[in-house]
Ligand binder design. Structure first.
Ligand code: PMP
Length: 364
C-alpha cells in the first residue's frame, strides 16, 4: 500500500498512558505513577494555566499561523531574530519538516546509535538512508560521526543531552565537531533537554548559529517548561533555512492554546527554576538509590536516567507495571538491560525505588 520507506516503518512507541494501564491491571488511576515520558512532574506553570483559561473564548478562531507573540517572546528571551524561528507542533514536528525539506530518497542522514527514535523514523519515512554511527560510552562518538559523512549526507542529528542515554557533550566538543562538518551538510542540534544543563557543562547551541550557518537548533516546551500535552517546539536557524521550513510546515501547526501557554510560560522564571531544582534533587535521589542497590546507570544530564537492571529487564518492567509504576523499557533503542525512568517528585521517586527493589527481589 505505502511507499517503500513507509512500509518498513515501526511506529514510535510512546509510554503507556495511565488510564490504559489502570484498565489492563484493574488498578485505580490515582494509584499509578508515570515516569516514562520525560514529562515535568510539577504540573503546568500557574502562569501558563491562567493564560490558557483566559483564552478559551477564542477557540472558534484559527490561531496566528505566524506565531507572532511567541516568536517575539522567544526573540526577547534568547536574543535571536523572529525570522530565525520556525514553530512546530512539538519539536518532533520541526524535526520532521527539516528532514522533508533538506533530504530525499537519494540522501543519507547520520545519527548516533541510541539516538532519539524520531531521527531514524523521519529519515525512513522519506526513503532516505539512515546511517547509525556506533556510540562511545553510550554517547555520540562525534569523530566517528564526522567520518561517516559522505557526498550523499544531507543531515546530521545530534541530541545534546541525548535521549534515552542522557549523555551530553560540552561546548568545546560540539564546536570542534561543527567546525569539521562540510558547510553543505546541515547539523540539527536537538536541545530538548538543554534547560536542565547547569553550570559549566552548559552548551548553548544558539550562540553558535552566527558562526555555523548550517546549524539548526531545536528546542521544546514539553520538558522543563512543562507543556508536553500542548505540543509546542521550535527551531532556530539562519533566516534562509527558517524561510524554507516555514514554507513547508502546515500553516496552523501550533494550535492557539499551545501558542498562548508557551508565550506565557517563557516569563515564568520561578517555574523553570523549580523544574530544574526538583530535577537535580530527584536525580541525586535516584543515583544514590541505584548506588546502594549496586545498579549501574548512565550518568544523565536530562530529566531521566537509564539504569541497568540486568537480563531480566522485561520481567522487572512487568513487575513495576503491576505495582502501578510506568517506566520505559529501551530494548527498542538497543539497550535491552536498561530501563529509562523519568525524574519525578520526591515521593514518586521513592515509590519507584521501593517498587524496583521489590521487583529485583522477586526476579533473583
Ligand atoms: N528530541 C528529543 C531528544 C526528545 O527526547 C524529545 C521528546 N521525547 C523530542 C525531541 C520531542 O519532543 P516534543 O515533540 O514533545 O517537543
Amino acid at each position: 500500500l505505502a511507499v517503500k520507506g513507509v512500509q518498513a516503518l515501526s511506529p514510535y512507541q510512546p509510554g503507556k498512558p495511565i488510564d490504559e494501564l489502570a484498565r489492563e491491571l484493574g488498578l485505580k488511576p490515582d494509584n499509578i505513577i508515570k515516569l516514562a515520558s520525560n514529562e515535568n512532574p510539577l504540573g503546568p506553570s500557574p502562569k501558563a494555566l491562567a493564560a490558557v483559561k483566559g483564552a478559551l473564548d477564542e477557540l472558534c478562531r484559527y490561531p496566528d499561523g505566524n506565531g507572532f507573540d511567541l516568536k517575539q517572546a522567544l526573540s526577547a528571551r534568547y536574543g535571536v531574530a523572529p525570522a530565525q524561528i520556525t514553530l512546530g507542533n512539538g519539536s518532533n514536528d520541526v524535526l520532521e519538516v527539516i528532514t522533508r525539506c533538506f533530504a530525499d530518497a537519494s540522501s543519507e542522514v547520520v545519527f548516533s546509535q541510541y539516538a532519539f527514535a524520531v531521527y531514524p523514523l523521519v529519515t525512513q519515512a522519506i526513503g532516505a538512508k539512515g546511517v547509525s554511527v556506533p556510540a562511545r560510552d553510550y554517547g555520540h562518538d562525534l569523530n566517528a560521526m564526522v567520518e561517516a559523512i559522505t557526498d550523499r549526507t544531507a543531515l546530521v542529528f545530534v541530541a545534546n543531552p541525548n535521549n534515552p542515554t542522557g549523555t551530553v557533550h560540552g561546548a568545546e566538543a560540539i564546536e570542534s565537531f561543527l567546525a569539521r562538518i562540510p558547510p553543505r551538510v546541515l547539523v540539527v542540534l536537538d536541545e530538548a533537554y538543554c534547560e536542565y544543563l547547569q553550570g559549566e557543562g552548559y552548551v548553548d547551541g544558539l550562540s553558535l548559529l552566527k558562526r555555523y550557518p548550517n546549524l539548526i537548533v531545536t528546542r521544546t516546551f514539553s520538558k522543563a517548561w512543562g507543556l508536553a500535552s500542548l505540543r509546542a517546539g521550535y527551531s532556530v536557524s539562519s533566516p534562509d533555512i527558517a524561510n524554507v521550513l516555514n514554507r513547508v510546515r502546515q500553516p496552523f501547526n501550533v494550535d492557539f492554546l499551545a501558542l498562548v501557554a508557551a508565550t506565557a510560560v517563557l516569563s515564568d522564571e520561578d517555574y523553570l527554576r523549580r523544574s530544574c531544582e526538583v530535577n537535580a534533587a530527584g536525580m541525586k535521589q535516584l543515583e544514590s538509590a541505584f548506588n546502594e542497590m549496586g545498579l549501574e546507570y548512565i550518568p544523565s544530564a536530562g530529566n531521566f536516567i537509564a539504569v541497568d537492571v540486568g537480563d531480566q529487564a522485561a520481567d522487572i518492567n512487568q513487575s513495576l507495571l503491576e505495582q502501578g509504576v510506568i517506566v520505559r523499557p529501551i530494548g527498542g533503542y538497543g539497550l535491552p538491560r536498561h530501563l529509562r525512568v523519568s525524574i519525578g517528585l520526591p515521593e514518586e521517586n521513592a515509590r519507584f525505588i521501593e517498587a524496583l527493589a521489590r521487583a529485583l527481589d522477586t526476579s533473583s
